[in-house]
Design a protein around this ligand. Sequence first.
Ligand SMILES: Cc1ncc(COP(=O)(O)O)c(C=O)c1O
Length: 377
Amino acid sequence: MIVEQFGVEDWMDRYEEGARYNITDTCARPLTLNELFSLTGEDKKDFMESFFQREQTYGPIWGDKALKQEIAGLYEHIRPEQILTEHGATGGNQHIFFSLIRPGDRVIAFAPSYQQFYSAPRSLGAQVTVLHLKKERGYLPDLEELRSAAKAGVRMICLNNPNNPTGSLIPRDMMEEIVHIAEEAGAYLFCDEVYAGAAQTKKDRCPSVADLYEKGIATGSMSKSFSLAGLRLGWLATRSEKALAQFRRVRDYDLVSCGLFDEAVAALALRHKEKLLERNRAIVRHNLPLLEEWVEKEKHASFVKPKAGTMALVYYDFDMPSALFCHRMYYETGAFTVPGDCFEEPFSFRVGYGHDPETLVKGLEAVSAFFHILEKE
Ligand SMILES: Cc1ncc(COP(=O)(O)O)c(C=O)c1O
């Protein structure tokens, strides 16, 4: 098996630790456990005392029941038994590809997006068609292009909604069209929905593919919209009994079960899902205008204003490859961003605006300082 380097993760691994101004992270500002307990009003002592009395078994193999009840509450038509907990959404995504993709299968994915959606199926021997999400279309899929790519037969269509790195949001009517295309092709429709709910308002949300389509498979996570990446807790949800049976079979080989502590904290957090989401919406509502103002006044920068999520892709007008641009900027002014080439989108870099506003403002000033350096060269 040949596994392609995961561009964005490799970049984060190399530069994130020690970054002066990290303005590229995509998690909504992470919570400490103290903050989680104070935000939710739950009793820390009670929680710890009852957890400390639990035998450290594997726990329920397919995921904690109370947790799955809460996760099901994020969907309209999903029952707890149609959910499997996973080691993050990354683990859930990989689990889906390993379970359903066979050598020679046709898969359609999009770029710019999270590389896992095309590199992982490719590593399994699938023939992957990568359709380009164009800036001029607000990074939304071209449905005619998708329809024609699906005509030759397709096993799975892969989406990310809201999208990393562009912050685009496929609206409901377009998603229903995509479901129709998948249905006609008899394809699975997989959608990584880790940024669902992290948006400017509560209404900026599309229904899950798991609710819209029998063969829809959604992944979610505690990492992004719920600010608890340290739990390493994600899930998948689908109404397809056939897919679920295959997921259970494959999962025994590489996961068995998720951590009891991670699941218990996630269940507690999701009992207060609206509080967590509202906290994070307030953060991105405050920070996005800071980014927008900077782009408006910075003559070397441009972007398509994101519709949802926690990030945006910002373009620069210098003739320099994005990896070199980001590498030099990191060392010369301290601004840490991920190059657009990690997402197949040259002359751009990713800005995350879900963290603290001071770092965002200082980081953007450091980007401007780098533009000045380049102007003089
Ligand atoms: C689209 C997408 N899916 C999954 C992940 C990772 O999620 P998790 O921390 O749940 O593994 C990321 C992280 O950047 C992401 O952008």
